[in-house]
Design a protein around this ligand. Structure first.
Ligand SMILES: NC(=O)c1ccc[n+]([C@@H]2O[C@H](COP(=O)([O-])OP(=O)(O)OC[C@H]3O[C@@H](n4cnc5c(N)ncnc54)[C@H](O)[C@@H]3O)[C@@H](O)[C@H]2O)c1
Length: 274
């Protein structure tokens, strides 16, 4: 334990089960000395697993649907009451596309599903930030991180409208990062994570093949949920005080690759079989 987050306090959204990236982030932040308030949608909390984490890291759980301003205000106030004042960091680890869930092809999207998806996956980031900003809940030099995926920059056909939601999310980090930076020196970034076997990740069609492709394309291999959690710890620490409005890749090098020998070898093998 290095106590990188000693004295820091924060809200972590999105720990559904022990596979969740947010779960690992909460564990790592706790290990590094942070105090945490956990939150998830009331429906997800009914599944009960979050209480196991809460007990382990001695954190209260305050439910909030991240699309509801009223819920977010209650959560933010509840966290300030618990911490006895302002806090230092927020992890937004929330994503869901109804179109992806229901297997709707990108050329046949249902727009009610699309609206729900961007509200949960992107606009909720703005709502979390705006609530904290208006309630003046974050200490100066605080840090906010949202989790994203590279489909915001490059096309991954089965990621469907989640690609657009992630582009929206990343843009909010830049836009809000300006205003929060000017007023409170609060930094706002997104971490673009490798495909990771979690409930949300596995919802994407053909996820296993996709996971293996990304791994073979990445010189360092796919970043795990633990790797992402370590990166979040650094981003919440005072070691990254002037990193803001960035989309930061935690992907083993994938985002700068064209093709790898490993992937080319399987293409040659497939050609030979023809
Ligand atoms: N798993 C991957 O391959 C991968 C890759 C890159 C980025 N991400 C992103 O990481 C984040 C966390 O996902 P994960 O992979 O840990 O999966 P996960 O399913 O464990 O987490 C998603 C969380 O979103 C929460 N959520 C959904 N609707 C909500 C709402 N209305 N209000 C509050 N919370 C809500 C769920 O309850 C759940 O806890 C997401 O933003 C996801 O897009 C995941």
């Amino acid at each position: 334990m290095n106590n990188l987050l000693k004295g820091k306090k924060g809200i972590i959204f999105g720990a559904l089960n022990s596979e969740s990236i947010a779960w690992k982030v909460a564990e790592k932040c706790h290990e590094q000395g942070a105090q945490i308030v956990l939150s998830n949608a009331p429906m997800a909390m009914r599944l009960g697993e979050i209480n196991v984490l809460a007990e382990k890291i001695n954190a209260p759980v305050i439910g909030a649907d991240a699309t509801s301003l009223e819920d977010l205000q209650n959560l933010t106030q509840g966290a300030m009451d618990h911490f006895g004042g302002k806090f230092d960091f927020i992890l937004h680890s929330i994503g869901m596309s109804v179109n992806v869930r229901k297997g709707r092809h990108y050329t046949d999207l249902n727009y009610d599903f699309l609206t729900k998806g961007w509200d949960v996956s992107a606009v909720s980031f703005h709502k979390v930030l705006q609530t904290a900003y208006q309630m003046d809940a974050l200490s100066d030099w605080g840090s906010v991180v949202g989790l994203t995926y590279m489909a915001a920059q490059r096309t991954f056909p089965d990621y469907s409208d989640m690609a657009d939601n992630k582009a929206f999310l990343e843009s909010i980090a830049r836009s809000f990062g300006y205003h929060y930076g000017i007023r409170n020196k609060v930094r706002v970034n997104t971490i673009s994570q490798s495909p990771t076997p979690t409930t949300a990740g596995s919802g994407v069609k053909g996820f296993d093949g996709f996971l293996s492709y990304a791994d073979r394309m990445s010189p360092l291999g796919n970043a795990s949920a633990e790797d992402c959690a370590n990166y979040c710890v650094v981003m919440f620490s005072d070691l990254t005080k002037r990193i803001t409005m960035q989309n930061l890749y935690n992907d083993g090098g994938f985002s700068n690759m064209g093709v790898s020998n490993s992937v080319m070898d399987s293409v040659y093998q497939a050609e030979e079989k023809k």
